[in-house]
Design a protein around this ligand. Structure first.
Ligand SMILES: Cc1cc2nc3c(=O)[nH]c(=O)nc-3n(C[C@H](O)[C@H](O)[C@H](O)COP(=O)(O)O)c2cc1C
Ligand SMILES: C=C(O[C@@H]1CC(C(=O)O)=C[C@@H](OP(=O)(O)O)[C@H]1O)C(=O)O
Length: 386
């Protein structure tokens, strides 16, 4: 499967085309909209999220509630566009363009590099597309992927482990309970004490015109052993997931299982011992490597974390240089979130869901959902007997 997204943050709409979907996947618009609504939430978001009400319009590839196998085109309206029609005009408007020009790049955003690379004297031409507004459509693609995963009994969840200096305690709950707790928490955090501290920290950052980053964790349950492959670098599924996570705006790092802690421990405290029983087949006593060996799934849950840097736009701006006068100035201020880690957690879940669905369809090529399910079920039986 593959997808493309298009659309500017303040343009009329965002567009997604997903190609390679099997036919007869039950296509419930409510499930896509549910993921979009989850992405809009989170303590620390700015005013933009009060304006938008992200919902997809399905334009192709779906008929009578199921995919046909043709490309699925989805669009989401930018409600804010009505306020930006002139600024975002497709036709030339020289006066407007001059009046609204952005010439003071924000450190940490794509403004300066993009302006130099594409030779734009107005950095809006960069920020409109570098904005994380685009993650709406990546979540929509992930939500489509989840329709396939759901049919294959694979589930994906996520929660926030850190915001700024506040770290959540590790709490162990059954799947239904932890995902419900994350859903109810304004910061998607399972630890109620940390949740309160995180919210207080966000309030403080906002008051001080500053911003915060954090760490999110995504867990995937129900994956069969052997998705991805050791035989070639670009077929390693952990590597693909790493790219998917780091491609999320402001994400700077990724780790699986115990992650960077593996550098400090001896091998005997890192590798996951192998067990076997007639009922379960091969399993692991621990899951310290987060569900991957040799670029392939082990059959244990996938555990992947991503680190998000603080939001670059600061209401108390950092120093910058005006690209016209070359004089030092404070960076430009755009309306902004002060912390978007909880929202980014939803993005992370959905980009991971997309990679898992692609890996499934690579291992079990299928034109119809039933073909996929039949192959997967046969494989699961073979794995049990191995
Ligand atoms: C959900 C989400 C919301 C974001 N909101 C903002 C924002 O309001 N203001 C901002 O400056 N950056 C925001 N960012 C981060 C920027 O989009 C990002 O830092 C920028 O595109 C530069 O890319 P890089 O940080 O990956 O290098 C957000 C990121 C995510 C994932
Ligand atoms: C629009 C979204 O996030 C935006 C991401 C973003 C950025 O620079 O990345 C800047 C802000 O844009 P605006 O200035 O229009 O408020 C965020 O609101 C969204 O997540 O849907």
């Amino acid at each position: 499967m593959r997808y493309l997204t298009a659309g500017e943050s303040h343009g009329p709409q965002l567009t997604l085309i997903v190609e390679g979907l099997p036919s007869h996947v039950p296509f419930d618009k409510k499930k896509i909209d549910h993921q979009l609504a989850r992405r809009q939430k989170g303590y620390g978001r700015g005013r933009r999220m009060q304006i938008e009400k992200d919902q997809v319009q399905i334009l192709s590839g779906v008929r009578f509630g199921e995919t046909t196998g043709a490309p699925v085109a989805l669009v989401v309206e930018n409600k804010d566009w009505t306020h930006w029609k002139k600024v975002m005009s497709i036709d030339p408007l020289p006066e407007e363009a001059e009046k609204r020009r952005i010439s003071r790049p924000r450190p940490g955003h794509a403004d300066l590099n993009g302006a130099i690379k594409y030779d734009h004297r107005d950095m809006r031409d960069v920020l409109e597309r570098s904005s994380a507004r685009e993650t709406t459509m990546r979540v929509a693609a992930g939500a489509v992927a989840r329709l396939i995963l759901e049919a294959c009994d694979i589930r994906v969840g996520g929660h926030v482990l850190r915001i700024g200096s506040v770290e959540a305690k590790r709490l162990d709950f059954p799947w239904e309970e932890w995902t419900a707790r994350a859903e109810e928490s304004p910061v998607r955090c399972l630890d109620p004490d940390a949740e309160q501290q995180m919210m207080a920290l966000i309030d403080q950052a906002k008051k001080e015109g500053d911003s915060l980053g954090g760490i999110v964790e995504v867990i995937v349950e129900g994956v069969p052993v052997g998705l991805g492959s050791h035989v070639h670098w670009d077929r390693k599924l952990d590597a693909r997931i790493a790219q998917a996570i780091v491609s999320i705006n402001a994400f700077k790092g990724v780790e699986f299982g115990i992650g960077f802690e593996a550098a400090r421990r001896p091998g005997s405290e890192v590798h996951d011992e192998i067990e076997w029983s007639e009922a379960t087949g091969f399993t692991r006593r621990t899951n310290r490597l987060g569900g991957f060996e040799g670029g392939m799934t082990t059959g244990e849950p996938i555990v992947v974390r991503g680190v998000m840097k603080p939001i670059p736009t600061l209401y108390k701006p950092l120093n910058s240089v005006d690209i016209d006068s070359k004089e030092p100035f404070a960076a430009s201020i755009e309306r902004s979130d002060s912390c978007a880690v909880p929202a980014a957690c939803v993005v992370a879940e959905n980009v991971v869901a997309w990679e898992i669905a692609c890996a499934l369809l690579e291992k079990f090529p299928a034109d119809t959902l039933n073909e996929l399910k039949e192959q997967l079920n046969r494989y699961r039986e073979r794995v049990l007997r191995f």
